[in-house]
Design a protein around this ligand. Structure first.
Ligand SMILES: [Zn+2]
Length: 530
């Protein structure tokens, strides 16, 4: 009988802490809801001691997401474990995940502790976590480079103190597959009481082997795998959830395991994460890349047309990506639209469908072919949870080759209309400066990318911008036939998010200290104070 492999998603913890992937509370909640739909078994919601934002996000996710186990990360000390428990205790099924480095390299250079001290700390930390929560996971950080007999002692200490899950990370992405597999087999064979403990993988992708090592860990006896959507994470990233799941699904003939992931939610999950972080996957990314199911070579196209199995080992529909051009047009009704969304993995409620239909009709007026990508953009763009302080009412640019560009923008806020113009070397920059003049606090562009959405010359441009306001980065993303307008709207979206977050931060600072926190940008957006 095949055994179940439990999917432990750490997109919101290990993934979110990597550069460019940070999300605010609403964005984390949106991602958590999608991970729930995807069917992950364990959702690691964050590292509560790291910041107030992380704490609030874990608390909110624990309160709302009821089906999966919700885990919170803590180093092996009292403050971390207290904060993690305070954040996660309202979960239907909470888990405390504590970790401590065990390799000699980390002991000597990072922790300055002896092996004996580390063993005692493991026993204490797991026991302390266990006093709050029955479900405790322990990770010996850098297990992959920990001397084997000492690793076994560490695991034994954790199991004796009550750990129910032992996660063996290849923290630095260094292990080869046979080594990683053997580590699991050794721990399983030599730690007493392992029949009651689940083993877990956590490889990193520094040598491009995170997914291969995950499968090696499963061969060695692991039945939980830690991974992230799109493989985001520290440095080269974590193991990509979608690749692990599809490898297990496609090669179930040789792997004695299965997962309970709803594979048709893989592509929508990947798309949502890309939208929230502004970090796109490469086109040739396995499973979810734009080209993952595109057949360019003539001989391949010919084969696929004759029989799909000639060049496809799985169908795009299995992962929630439809390769069919949509036949929807301006005369399609709500019912056809709802059905298409269902095929794409979105179940829209009535108001959502109304909103999507309205945006769909607008787009259908301007564009004769509506592709699946367009529909996903409609859902993602149209359902922003961040309230817009300023909305763009009018936008105009004048530019010439080799000359200066001028942009005029008109923004509306609470019924009041502001307009201003600015000149700069290019039309985008001129638009940003004009927006700055109205909003009052300048942002600086950290990253700017343009993609076309959907095939064909009538494809719209999708602009993603990361901009820094008052030292913090915010992303904006917008699609339009006009690249400069998309850039201006994306920039304004980032500014609106910045204002929203700065207000939240100011409100919680006020609540905490009882004093009024003043901040130029917040004042500009909320002149009435708070
Ligand atoms: Zn990691």
């Amino acid at each position: 009988m095949p055994e179940k492999v439990f999917i432990f998603d750490t997109t919101l913890r290990d993934g979110e802490q990597s550069p460019g992937c940070s999300m605010n509370l609403e964005e984390k909640l949106a991602m958590a809801r999608q991970l729930d739909r995807l069917g992950v078994d364990i959702l690691e919601a964050g590292f509560p001691v790291a910041s107030a934002g992380d704490f609030e996000a874990v608390k909110a996710i624990a309160a709302e997401i009821r089906r999966p186990i919700v885990a919170a990360l803590a180093r092996a000390n009292q403050l971390d474990i207290d904060r993690a428990w305070a954040a996660v205790k309202e979960a239907e099924r909470p888990r405390l995940h504590t970790f401590l480095a065990t390799s000699d390299i980390h002991l000597q250079y990072k922790l300055h502790k002896t092996r004996e001290e580390i063993l005692q700390q493991i026993s204490w930390a797991v026991g302390y976590a266990k006093s709050f929560c029955d479900d405790v996971e322990f990770s010996p950080e850098d297990a992959g480079r920990t001397e084997r007999s000492y690793l076994i002692e560490c695991c034994q200490a954790a199991v004796e103190a009550g750990a129910m899950v032992l996660n063996l990370p290849d923290t630095v992405g260094y292990c080869m597959q046979p080594e990683y597999e053997q580590m699991f087999a050794d721990v399983k064979a030599h730690v007493p009481g392992m029949e009651r403990v689940m083993l877990s993988t956590h490889p990193h992708d520094d040598l491009g082997m995170a997914v291969a090592n995950t499968l090696a860990g499963i061969r060695g006896g692991a039945r939980q795998v830690e991974c992230t959507i799109n493989g985001i994470g520290e440095r080269a990233g974590n193991a990509a959830l979608e690749e692990i799941v599809m490898a297990i699904y496609v090669r179930r003939d040789v792997l004695p395991v299965f997962t309970e992931i709803h594979t048709e939610e893989l592509y929508p999950s990947s798309q949502l994460l890309t939208r929230l972080t502004g970090v796109a996957t490469q086109r040739n990314k396995a499973i979810v890349g734009r080209n993952a199911f595109a057949h360019e070579a003539g001989i391949h196209q010919d084969g696929v047309l004759k029989k799909v199995i000639t060049y496809e080992i799985m169908t795009p529909q299995t992962v929630g990506m439809s390769s069919n051009e949509i036949v929807l047009g301006k005369h399609s009704g709500r019912h056809a639209l709802a059905k298409r969304y269902e095929e794409l993995g979105y179940r829209l409620n009535k108001p959502e469908l109304e909103r999507a239909y309205e945006l769909f009709c607008k787009l259908a007026d301007r564009k004769k072919t509506i592709y699946d990508e367009d529909l996903i953009v409609i859902v993602n763009e149209g359902f922003e949870h961040i309230p817009e302080m300023f909305t763009l009412k009018l936008f105009q640019t004048v530019s010439s080759s080799g000359g200066r560009a001028t942009a005029t923008v008109e923004l509306e806020k609470d019924g009041e209309v502001f307009h201003d113009s600015a000149t700069a070397d290019g039309p985008c920059d001129a638009a940003f400066r004009a927006i700055d003049r109205i909003v009052g606090v300048p942002g600086t562009i950290a990253d700017f990318s343009v993609h076309t959405v959907g095939p064909g010359t009538d494809g719209v441009a999708e602009v993603t911008i990361r901009a820094r306001f008052e030292g913090r980065e915010f992303t904006g993303k917008c699609t339009s036939h006009n690249v400069v307008e998309a850039a201006a709207r994306a920039y304004l979206q980032a500014a609106n998010k910045a204002a929203y977050e700065l207000r939240r931060a100011a409100e919680s600072a006020t609540a905490a200290s009882g004093s009024v926190h003043s901040n130029e940008m917040v004042d500009r957006f909320f002149p009435g104070g708070y």
